[in-house]
Design a protein around this ligand. Structure first.
Ligand SMILES: [Zn+2]
Length: 195
């Protein structure tokens, strides 16, 4: 189900936001439909060693995760659009971050200070995901987050200048090329200059 294309975000928080399959800016084609989908995603991202899934998440917990995903998406995208109006999801996003941090433990991992999510069964999974977003917010990569010009996927732009325009050249980049080609072909030819 998951392929390397699902890891183009270059950060687990962005890869989590990219668990939708819409080809445009809508976010209706959810790829996390069952706890099994989420478990396989965790495993594919290599987060399964960090996020304990015993007992496996319930459908309600999964619904919470998806709800948080969309709140985080709206909050993040509003910062990219530089709109003067703050996303109405910002206070809700803040609430998730504060609650996860309040329950977390401060620790040292790989010579860095970090937060370890609460082990409480009802909170552990969601808090672990939320803390991935806190990690992203703390990193310098946050200034390089870009959105694909065609779909809603987000990624860290590692190129210089304008850099990447699409999440993936093979999907969105290709769709753009095909459409641009079709547009050129259907355009009426320019009138010949007067003799
Ligand atoms: Zn895309």
């Amino acid at each position: 189900m998951w392929t390397k294309a699902n890891l183009i975000g270059a950060h687990p928080a962005l890869d989590f936001l990219n668990t939708v399959a819409d080809t445009g800016k809508t976010r209706d084609v959810n790829l996390l439909l069952s706890p099994g989908d989420f478990l396989s995603w965790l495993e594919f991202c290599g987060l399964d060693s960090e996020i304990l899934v015993d007992p496996i998440p319930t459908h309600e917990e999964l619904a919470d995760l998806v709800r948080f995903r969309e709140i985080a998406y709206q909050a993040l995208v509003s910062t990219l659009e530089e709109s003067k109006q703050e996303s109405r999801n910002l206070p809700r996003y803040e609430c998730y971050l504060k609650s996860a941090l309040q329950r977390a433990t401060f620790c040292v991992r790989e010579q860095h200070f970090t937060w370890r999510a609460s082990n409480e069964p009802g909170h552990h999974i969601l808090d672990s995901i939320v803390l991935q977003f806190y990690d992203l917010l703390q990193s310098t990569d946050v200034a390089r987050i870009r959105q694909c010009e065609r779909c809603s996927w987000l990624f860290i732009n590692s190129g210089r200048g304008r850099g990447r325009r699409w999440c993936n050249m093979a999907t969105c980049g290709n769709r753009h090329k095909v459409e641009a080609h079709r547009e050129r072909k259907t355009k009426p030819p320019k009138p010949a200059p007067p003799a």
